[in-house]
Every structure is written in C-alpha cells, then in structure tokens.
Ligand binder design. Sequence first.
Ligand code: WQD
Length: 340
Amino acid sequence: MRVLVSGGAGYIGSHTVLKLVEAGHDVVVVDDFANSKPTVMNRLEGLTGQHIPLHAIDLTDRDKTEHLFAEERFDAVIHFAGFKAVGESVAKPLEYYENNLDSTISLVRAMRWHGVGTLVFSSSATVYGDHAPVPYQEDYTPLEAASPYGRTKVMNEHILSDVARAGDGMRVGLLRYFNPVGAHPSGRIGEDPQGIPNNLMPFIAQVAVGRRDRLVVFGDDYPTADGTCERDYIHVDDLAAGHVAAVEKVATLEEPVRAWNLGTGEGTSVLQMLHAFEKAVGHELPHEIGPRRPGDLPAYWADPTRAHAELGWRAEKTIEDMCADTWRWQSENPQGYPDA
Ligand code: WQD
C-alpha cells in the first residue's frame, strides 16, 4: 500500500514509518515539525536505506492539504499529527481544539474528495475517562476524557465514526494506545520531548543522563501494591507493528469503524518502572516522593484481546526491553535530535 503518515516525524509516527517500510509499504510523510525535528527524516532514511518523501505542511491549511492529495496518490492514511500535552491543553484549550480537530477535518475532506477510503487514527486510552472498569475494553461507553487534549481524542473519534458511518465507503480504525515508551533498538530514533518532560519514561531517562536532578514520584499513597500508580506501558516498536496490522486490516473491514486497544494487558507501577530503568543503567537513580498529580488515576491497563483476535497482533516486548532501548537512545543522544 502507499500510505500517508501524518505526524510521521513524531515519536510514534517515526517508528511506524520504519515498520511500514520494513513491511514493504510505500510511505509518504506529512509533518509541519511543530513538535519534531527534520533530522528524524535523515535517521529514517539511514535506517531504511530508502528516500522517504516528505511534505512539510500544516494539515489545518485546507488548500495545502488538498494540493497534497491532488499531487500524490494514497491507498491509506495513518493520522498521528496533533498536539499532545495534557497540561498544556488545559492552559491553551482553544489551540488544542483548533489544531487537533481542524487537521482531522481537513484530512478527511481531502481523503473523501480524492477517493482515499482507509484511515487509521491515533487515539488514546484517555477516551475511557475516569469511570471505565479495568481492564479497559473497546465496547465501553460513553467515551469521555478529563482534559481538553483527551477530549480532542474523543471528538476526533466521533467525527471519524460519523463520517465512516455516513456510508460512502470510508473505513476507519481507531487505535487506543496505553502508555507508549521505549525506542528503536538501533538507538537512532526515540522520544525527544521539548522542554521538561511531562511523562514518566522520558523524565527518568533524562535523570539517568544527567539532564534532571531527580525523579519526583507523584504520590505513593494510592491503593496499589506499592502505593504508586500503575499503567500499561507498551514498547513503541510493538505499537508501530500494531499500526501496520491495523492499516492492512482496515482496508478490508466490513463495518465502517472499529476500535482496538494497543496495550500489553499488564500494569507496572512507577517504582517498578524506576527500578527496571536503574537495572538498565546499572546504578540507582535519585528520586523522591512528592504529592499526587491532579487527575491521575490509581491504576489501569488494557484488555488487548480484540487486537489479538482481529489484527493478529500482540505486544511482545518486556519492561526490560523498554528500559534498555530507551537508555540506548538517551545515552547515545543525550540532548535528543540535533537541530540540523
Ligand atoms: C505515568 C505515571 C504519573 C511523571 C499520559 C496521558 C495520556 C497518554 C499517555 C496520550 C503516572 C507518574 C509521571 C513524573 C511520576 N497520552 N509520574 N513522575 O499520565 O498515564 O498518561 O500519557 O494519549 O493521555 O495522560 O502518563 O507518563 O505522564 O505518567 O511519578 O515526573 O508516572 O503520576 O502515575 P499518564 P505519564
């Protein structure tokens, strides 16, 4: 298939580009580098040995998006592009709604106009809200989320589902990720957050490489085994493989829309993750216990049964793999990607 990957220079997008090429697909990337660096494209070309066409445009620009689809032919789209910081979305809700909804609408308009019927959307476990029973299952309703960022995921799911159900042949796969971590085993591509990391794994990695003094563990009085929150961490390489399986499946779906959880089905606590990372690095890492972070749920993980049954996919990498690969990436690229 010839697949357009929006946000293909981003963390999950770049790993998916690599897996698509390895699976024999033709890939075209669209990315405006709002939260990624052009160097990623060079690294991807080094890893694949192939030229990967790039369109450096903002998808909220409808004319440019239309022009892209007029110029190129695609069989499918995987849509990652979007703002993704939970805290920032609370401070800048309008920017989040505008960017994350406009880009989807613009993309889907162009797809329909040019007869591209297969779309895989980058969604999140955040759409299960605060009340879904654990493990999370795809049938759960109503979808809700606790932040503007999360609500853009819920809204995009509704927009895409409505368009697909309107019945002109569009097929949509919604991939609900749990907590993506890790990096490509080569150490050449990985997560490169701008500023202070919001998420656990990149924060620990930056402590390990000396960019941060210590990890603050957000609360140790939760009703879990060691008192710290539990999450379903999934290796980004497994996640990327899930996208390849999904895009191939969605092209042949009978129903217009289908959601799949991409997770391992297992919870890992903050302290377990910290200790696993210490093992990968070979020494202890400074940390202290701080207050709870508002909005955090004590524990949740995926029921990944449906993705296994329908996509033939399951997560294979362990917490040890996630830590070893993150550490390889971070220690070989202590400041992340270079600018040029
Ligand atoms: C994991 C655990 C923290 C940082 C977020 C989004 C979610 C999804 C994935 C995209 C929690 C603890 C963290 C730190 C800590 N994004 N922690 N100290 O919150 O599960 O999910 O990213 O869709 O929507 O909400 O991930 O990595 O921020 O936190 O103790 O410095 O680590 O409290 O228990 P989270 P996270």
